[in-house]
Design a binder for this molecule. Structure first.
Ligand SMILES: [Zn+2]
Length: 272
């Protein structure tokens, strides 16, 4: 099973990075300016074979492979900006909500989440507390993060919530197994792959992350399934894993080798 899923976070205006989502410098590197996201959306719309949702994957509607637009963290811009833009371009998005932050400054509230679902967007959980290193959480903590957050959202929507995304990109088979045990049917990761797999009955879907500064052409290349763009992200992902394994400040150096330019923020990027 193949899916082209793109991962975004918040969309803000005028460099007001703290207006939506987590207000810290690392999170800011994952947020796009509105005019940049507009270009990304137009570029992806021009090449996407099909504007899809996770329902296509769960129902087996896979030809051509759907393009999925996903948004992590549950920042206020999901309601105030992103959903309108998506709808104007004929898309429905996936909004993954960090439930401990529901209704707090910079994040969507319960009524907004309900309206997003009514407008056809997919609502999923992004855990309760957004653990920095999900893969290192105990089994009980994983179960609590998935099940409590899904219950909170089910209470908001009046319907079960069966979709999730992993905070911080820290994925492991155990994280997916816990999601399955908590009753989730699909789990989005930050692993750059188009191949979906199943862990204990839970569909695990990779995603390609688009951060601040990523050209719209990259979004288009990924949405069209271009192999070169996908391999580039896979290469970076693997370099990141190596850098984490050896520790220290190796990642910026490795990233420079791939990007061909300086990305000083890369080393500090742990939240996704
Ligand atoms: Zn996140």
């Amino acid at each position: 099973m193949r899916a082209l899923a793109l991962l975004y976070h918040d969309v803000v205006e005028g460099g007001d990075w703290d207006a939506s989502g987590f207000p810290d410098p690392v999170s800011a590197t994952y947020k796009l300016e509105r005019h940049d996201f507009e270009r990304h959306l137009a570029a992806a719309s021009a090449v996407a074979a099909r504007r899809g949702t996770v329902h296509d994957l769960l129902e087996g509607t896979l030809d051509p492979p759907p393009v999925l637009l996903t948004f992590d963290d549950g920042g206020a811009s999901a309601y105030g900006c992103i959903a309108d833009m998506l709808e104007r371009a004929g898309w429905r998005g996936h909004f993954f909500i960090t439930t401990d932050y529901l209704g707090t400054p910079g994040f969507v509230g319960r009524a907004q989440v309900r309206e997003l679902a009514e407008r056809g967007h997919v609502i999923g959980t992004h855990s309760c507390s957004h653990p920095t290193r999900m893969a290192r959480c105990s089994w009980d903590r994983l179960i609590a993060e998935w099940s409590r957050s899904a219950e909170t959202l089910a209470d908001v929507l009046g319907a079960p919530v069966r979709v999730a995304s992993v905070p911080g990109g820290a994925f492991s088979r155990r994280v997916a197994a816990a999601a399955a045990a908590a009753g989730l049917a699909a789990l989005f990761t930050s692993e750059p792959t188009v191949r979906c797999r199943v862990v204990d009955g839970c569909l695990v879907v990779g995603r390609y992350v688009l951060r601040r500064g990523a050209p719209a052409a990259v979004a288009a290349a990924l949405a069209s399934g271009a192999l070169s763009a996908r391999l580039r992200q896979l290469c970076l992902w693997n370099l990141k894993k190596v850098a984490k394994a050896v520790g220290g400040d190796l990642y910026p150096t490795l990233s420079r080798l791939v990007h061909g330019h300086t990305r000083s923020d890369s080393a500090r990027a742990t939240r996704a």
